[in-house]
Ligand binder design. Structure first.
Ligand code: FES
Length: 158
């Protein structure tokens, strides 16, 4: 599959105070970034658990970005540093199970950084385009990479 054909599905867990506002600012300024980015608003990225990030990947996302406040500015003191550690655990797990660890990323942004938000999520989208479709998504996307002749998929017993 060429990178032109592939539009990655990205989930962005955004903290309400900074990243979500930055995304809103980017939208209001009509800055362009991939329309396939699904933004999930959280009170703080400290709420983004390892399981939630993994579930987003399991549910069909090709990549997940966790977007929190700049270092030292989390409204809940250390939610963004906790989130960064959790994203690190997710990338370790991805490596362990043979997936590209670039599929999860933490970014830090302030509410005033609409242009930077658009740039960072677009850059992440380009990275995921290079990495390719997630093999986990084969249930929802029949042409995903695991649907090869060696992997005929679920078999129905007669
Ligand atoms: Fe933004 Fe915690 S309030 S990351």
């Amino acid at each position: 599959m060429s990178t032109e054909e592939f539009t990655p599905e990205i989930v962005a867990f955004c903290c309400r105070h900074c990243a979500y506002s930055a995304a809103d600012l980017a939208g209001g300024a009509r800055l362009s970034y991939s329309p396939s980015i699904k933004i999930v608003e959280l009170p703080c990225t400290g709420r983004a658990s390892v399981i939630e990030v993994l579930h987003a990947l399991e549910d069909g996302a090709d990549g997940v970005v966790v977007a929190g406040c700049l270092p030292g500015t989390c409204h809940y003191l250390n939610g963004n540093t906790q989130a960064a550690k959790r994203v690190g655990r997710v990338t370790d797990l991805l490596k362990e199970i043979g997936l590209d660890d670039q599929r999860a990323r933490m970014i830090n942004i302030s509410a005033a950084m609409g242009a930077q938000f658009a740039e960072k999520v677009q850059e992440f989208t380009e990275t995921i385009k290079e990495v390719g479709p997630s093999p986990i998504t084969r249930k929802t996307r029949p042409n995903a990479v695991l649907d090869t002749p060696e992997d005929p998929g679920p078999q129905v017993e007669s």
